[in-house]
Design a protein around this ligand. Structure first.
Ligand code: PLP
Length: 411
């Protein structure tokens, strides 16, 4: 299917794309923050509440059994989508942030001690930095940063130097939510494993754009959020290898994660339930499953190609303007549709505000990556990020509206 068919077919699936903003058709270019939801996802959630709503893994009545079956079939769908051999390795969380927190806490408690080190990259989102800073305070560990090159990539040769004996984990993003670069997970994992170091992959920006193969890549942990893959908010996934799950202590205590509770102590359910205390995101699971089915319907290869075409279209125009500074690789290889830039001498928030007046939604600020922005030497950037429904004409509209920003602020 050629990609213009993808756009014309899928745009009608997203009710929100029919609306106007400030008298213009909405051009939604903030997909790295969250994606819009197709009707099938909205319907799956409504259908759950209208026909099957109950808590899971508790009741023996029909509705409870249906809800449990729906919930567990969502787990199977996630495992299948990310290439995990066993759905018991999939834990439902509230999002990427909680997935990483779960590892820093449940795995950290068991495996980290004073003097140990964890490697992070300078391009991490705060949700893959701050939990480790909290862990550093609790366990006395040190955080070591793998630097970002001037082209906005990671240098694999440098990693070898950082992997000393005291390193206990490498936690890195698969796709930067600012630079748009794709980090080679399989190669990085192989290098880390050759030094006996497990890896955590933050795939929040990757799952909607490219195929994920956790078992083939052999990564130890992988985290993502439902709302960034056209699914609902309030649900995320942590994949963890079986042996990692077995060595982890519980994350939170409460209903659903125990085998037996006595006055002074308890024993735990087996994973993944051991890590899903309390009422999980029940209605969000069918929503997430519908989102993954939606992506499969168009095919991840075609989605990836579409994303590449939009990225190339944006990069070609961006590099034409001498007053636009691009942050991240300017070549298309190993790059995705997250494109950050600044208009010289204009604050990114002012740019975003002017663009909003033309119905263009994009993000300005530090994008929860202050360490990276410090490395880039700017406090904030403007970021466009593409989704499956975006059209090259929306990018053209963004560049035309930038002319207005120039006219307002620079004359
Ligand atoms: C690379 C990356 N990691 C983690 C997150 C955090 O995701 P969430 O807020 O859904 O937990 C984001 C969100 O923008 C992200 O881009």
């Amino acid at each position: 299917m050629p990609n213009h068919t993808l756009i014309s077919q899928c745009r009608k699936d997203f009710p929100i794309l029919k609306r106007e903003v400030n008298g213009y058709p909405l051009a939604y270019l903030d997909n790295a923050a969250t994606t819009q939801k197709p009707k099938s996802v909205i319907d799956a959630i409504t259908n759950f509440y209208e026909n099957h709503n109950s808590n899971v893994s508790r009741g023996v009545y029909t509705l409870a059994e249906e809800a449990t079956e729906i919930y567990e079939s969502g787990r199977d769908a996630v495992a299948n989508f990310i290439g995990a051999e066993d759905s018991g390795t999939i834990i439902f969380t509230s999002g990427t942030t909680e997935s990483i927190k779960l590892v820093s806490s449940a795995w950290g408690q068991k495996n980290l001690k004073k003097g140990d080190r964890i490697i992070l990259t300078e391009m991490e989102h705060h949700s893959n930095i701050v939990p480790w800073q909290l862990a550093a305070k609790s366990y006395g560990i040190e955080l070591v940063y793998w630097p970002v090159t001037t082209e906005g990539r990671l240098d694999l040769a440098l990693l070898e130097e950082l992997l000393t004996n005291s390193v206990k984990l490498l936690a890195f993003t698969m796709v930067s939510n600012v630079l748009g670069c794709i980090n080679p997970v399989e190669q990085i994992t192989e290098i880390a494993h050759s030094h006996g170091v497990p890896v955590l992959v933050d795939s929040a920006q990757a799952v909607s754009r490219m195929s994920i193969k956790v078992s083939e890549w052999d990564c130890d942990f992988l985290a993502f959020s439902g709302h960034k893959v056209y699914g609902p908010t309030g649900i995320g996934v942590l994949y963890a290898k079986k042996e990692r799950l077995e060595e982890m202590l519980p994350f939170q205590g409460g209903g659903g994660m125990i085998r037996h509770v006595e006055k002074q102590s308890s024993t735990w359910a087996v994973p993944p339930q051991k890590f899903e205390a309390g009422t999980p995101p029940v209605a969000q699971v069918p929503g997430l499953k519908a989102a993954l089915e939606y992506l499969k319907q168009y095919g991840i290869k075609q989605i990836e190609r579409h994303d590449n075409e939009l990225t190339e279209h944006a990069l070609n125009q961006l590099t034409e303007f001498p007053d636009l500074e691009l942050y991240g690789p300017s070549e298309i290889q190993n790059r995705t549709g997250v494109v950050s830039f600044n208009l010289q001498n204009v604050h990114s928030h002012d740019v975003a505000q002017v663009l909003d007046e033309s119905g263009i939604a994009l993000r300005a600020g530090h994008h929860c990556t202050q360490v990276l922005h410090e490395r880039l030497g700017v406090p904030a950037t403007v970021r466009m990020s593409f989704g499956i429904y975006n059209d090259p004409s929306e990018i053209d509209r963004m560049f035309s509206a930038l002319d207005q920003a120039r006219a307002i602020f620079l004359h």
